[in-house]
Write a protein that binds this ligand. Structure first.
Ligand SMILES: CC(C)(COP(=O)(O)OP(=O)(O)OC[C@H]1O[C@@H](n2cnc3c(N)ncnc32)[C@H](O)[C@@H]1OP(=O)(O)O)[C@@H](O)C(=O)NCCC(=O)NCCS
Length: 174
């Protein structure tokens, strides 16, 4: 079932048929950079256990409408505090697209749609997003949408930025 749609993209729950394009995307070293590609058996496990189960709020299979093709996953997932507790009124935004579809404004199109959905439909007050410092395209997508960098750090061998965007119609004191 389509959960959200833009001009060129539609977003739905993952299906078993997405396994092959998912593994193809995740096996591309440029897509994984600066992290390593996982072995196929790991990818299949993460697809079946992590992506196939339908969640109340989670990243959605992303289909490029002109080709009817699965090209990645995008969306919102619950934001949690340091103790793992859900933070009400908040979500994390993320987008992962297969390399042949980079450079066409698709991540920007997806991110814009999920920000609007999060604020206007879900009534979120705040959206966070984390990026790798080296991922210039990902950082740029957030900055274009007005996200503000609030923290940077290092962990797991890579450096990251954390961004936030507050609902412009939300509590001005927040
Ligand atoms: C990051 C990613 C989603 C970008 O997708 P995309 O559809 O190519 O992004 P868009 O075309 O919407 O926008 C990218 C922006 O970054 C800019 N950009 C791209 N590469 C850049 C670079 N090396 N340096 C500076 N800017 C760059 C583009 O020019 C564009 O900005 P513009 O609209 O002002 O011209 C895609 O590369 C991806 O999925 N990578 C692998 C997974 C990943 O890293 N996901 C993000 C996890 S936080």
């Amino acid at each position: 079932m389509t959960k959200l749609e833009t001009e060129r993209l539609l977003f739905r729950d993952h299906e078993l048929a997405d396994l092959e394009p998912f593994c193809e995307m995740e096996s591309d070293p440029a897509y994984r950079f600066p992290q390593a590609v996982h072995p196929r058996i790991e990818l299949e496990r993460s697809f079946r256990e992590g992506w196939l189960p339908v969640k109340a709020m989670g990243l959605l299979a992303t289909v490029y409408k002109p080709e009817g093709r699965y090209i990645g996953r995008c969306g919102l997932y619950p934001n949690r505090d340091e103790d793992g507790e859900l933070i009400p009124g908040e979500a994390q935004l993320a987008y992962y697209l297969a390399r042949p579809y980079w450079g066409r404004g698709l991540a920007s199109e997806a991110a814009d749609a999920f920000v609007a959905y999060g604020f206007n439909v879900l009534g979120l007050q705040r959206i966070e997003a984390g990026t790798n410092v080296l991922n210039a395209a990902s950082n740029r997508v957030l900055e274009k949408l007005g996200f503000r960098r609030i923290r940077s750090g290092e962990g797991g061998g890579s450096a990251w930025h954390l961004y936030e965007l507050r609902n412009p119609t939300g509590d001005p004191q927040a």
